[in-house]
Design a protein around this ligand. Sequence first.
Ligand code: ADP
Ligand code: ZN
Length: 729
Amino acid sequence: MSHFHAPGTPVAVLTTQPLDRALDYRAPAGGIEDGAYVEVPLGPRKVLGVVWGKAAGDWPVEKLRPILRILPVPPMSDAFRDFTERAAAYTLTSLSAMLRLGLRAPGLGEAPGKRRVYALGTGEPDRATEARTRVIAALRERPGDVFALSELADMASVSTGVVKGLVKSGAVLEQDTPRDADYPTLDPDRAGKALAEDQMVAASALRASVRSDTYGTTLLKGVTGSGKTEVYLEAVAEALAGGLQALVLLPEIALTGEFLHRVEARFGARPAEWHSGVTQAERRRCWSKVATGQARLVVGARSSLFLPFQNLGLIVVDEEHDTSYKQEDGVLYSARDMAVLRASCEAAQVVLATATPSLESWANAELGKYKRLDLTSRFGEAVLPKLSTIDMRDEKVPGGRWISPTLKQAIEARIIAGEQSLIFLNRRGYAPVTLCRACGQQVACHQCDARMVEHRFQKRLMCHQCGETAPMPPACPSCGVEGKLAAVGPGVERMAEEVATLFPEARVAILSSDLFGSARSLKAKVEEIAQGGADIIVGTQLVAKGHNFPKLTLVGVIDADLGLQGSDLRAAERTFQLMRQVSGRAGRADKPGVALLQTYQPEHPVIRAILSGDEEAFLREEADQRRAAGVPPYGRMAGIVISDPDGAVAFDVGNALARNTQPLDQVGAEVFGPAPAPIARIRGRHRVRLLVKAPRQAPIQPALAEWVARITLPRSTRLSIDIDPQSFL
Ligand code: ADP
Ligand code: ZN
């Protein structure tokens, strides 16, 4: 319970510094509340922290240093502190690292008027250099936005001096940030769309849940276009009407544009936004207005789960099955699971919306832990796309080409009808492999156990593991022979080339994450396509994520077998979800859609399940197999990765752990490995994996913590623990 500390008494302060415990300080004159955001001395520095309850008391009060300053923001709520502690314990993350996620507001310690920001001016630069032109271009790309000095310099890849130089001529304006402006009021009483029968039933159930003022999670399952968004906006309306805050998580920033329009249409104004595409000034505004409770609805990426809500009533996780909800570096967490945890701390409701539930959520609904609501048909006249396979064993496709005659014909018909087609291939770049025809070697990354992938538009090779790029070499790096490097296999860029050859008259658009410098430019492209600005879209999984292209009536999947090859425990589930999602892009409005899946194994059970569209049967079957194997969601797992520049050192640590499993034995957990990770080297570090499997109810986190604490790591070695791993690379 929240506590008030009298002046001069000792209090605990948790800082963002990696100390792994709260330190004791003296309460300032006037006293201080638990949860207050403060500035404290640490060594020679001043650092940010939060008052975290009673002092440990192992230092005499007179020796304690005083809290220097209380920041002018409302204190962190009990519920939020509770969540921070539980999330840290669940993910085996230090409390300070967890707190850092909650303090990601730029300039939190400064008064708003003190921050200088930079915006596009009306003057002309007195002298145009390349660097100066980049600054102006960066500002023009985001009209209306203002930036901190270093932020703008980073965006344009220039030094801060270049920006300053542009201020003199008036080409760039220097201003003091105004006090953070309030967000416009959202009106929950504006009339929404008239709901269909099943939508109405689902909406009133969600409204009742939000009104109950208790924790609960609901799986809202409905095919693409069934109106899930309309329905959960009703739950948002209920939260707003009840004076509560609401958070909507989207898996992809490019989706926020369309969503903001819908919020505006429904509630008459735009909500607060929180994601990497938002300026520092806006992030600061969002954080502080969420803290005061003035910002009532936030639309954001997974990190918005760590905003300082005062009275959170609802969290919506849209496309809850999406793998991008798992944070794969730094603090390893699943935003879906953390949403449920945060809601349970806040006595709030969670809505998990999807057309293709994750097996975890589906199983929780089966067990009765989650409620479940279904929308069974597409809204209005729209019907689900017809799915069928193209058996590639019967198709004549020339070497170096991947589009079958059957698919080609279907695309032609769409062009004639003035409709859009989508060619889907889940592979970025031009070709996955670059091979030397003289020596047979593949071009590999020098610091990773991975191939370099050709990105022809950027005229570079790129390592998808470490991001290293290099110009396309004129000669083979292995044998030095010139002119023999050849692209093997297709990536989206190569598919776009094939499409352009087959349909020279058509307007082709490529959607792949690496081709867009900023979230904003991707958003703009998506909107342009939605308006009909392309005849054929070639895309990676980026297009599977809920974009609404009204003119799209054909989806052609180049390689439906691609995801089935791995040994990943979720390979079948992922392929099923991805194929259903991408097919769902076709025929959203009044025109019926078709999805054609090119495959070499049309009789594969997963491919057959995709075609039949019987999700429940697929999920039951998949659940039976996982239950029999004792794997998630019917068992618990943790992935341990040990990395070191020296492979032998990493293996020694792995072996020591594998020999010393007593804390795990006690909770019935088993250890597998060590083994080299599938990607055995990244950024020059050799990687060794262990896998821990335990029964569903086992208290695995404390056991894991004790297990690894027994080993002293060499200085060069890193060890990470991933609870409920999604990736096994
Ligand atoms: P989902 O989120 O399930 O994919 P949406 O909520 O985006 O579905 O709905 C699909 C389309 O149908 C949207 O354009 C939406 O505005 C429209 N729609 C859904 N329900 C209704 C309704 N009751 N009245 C009018 N339009 C609706
Ligand atoms: Zn690499």
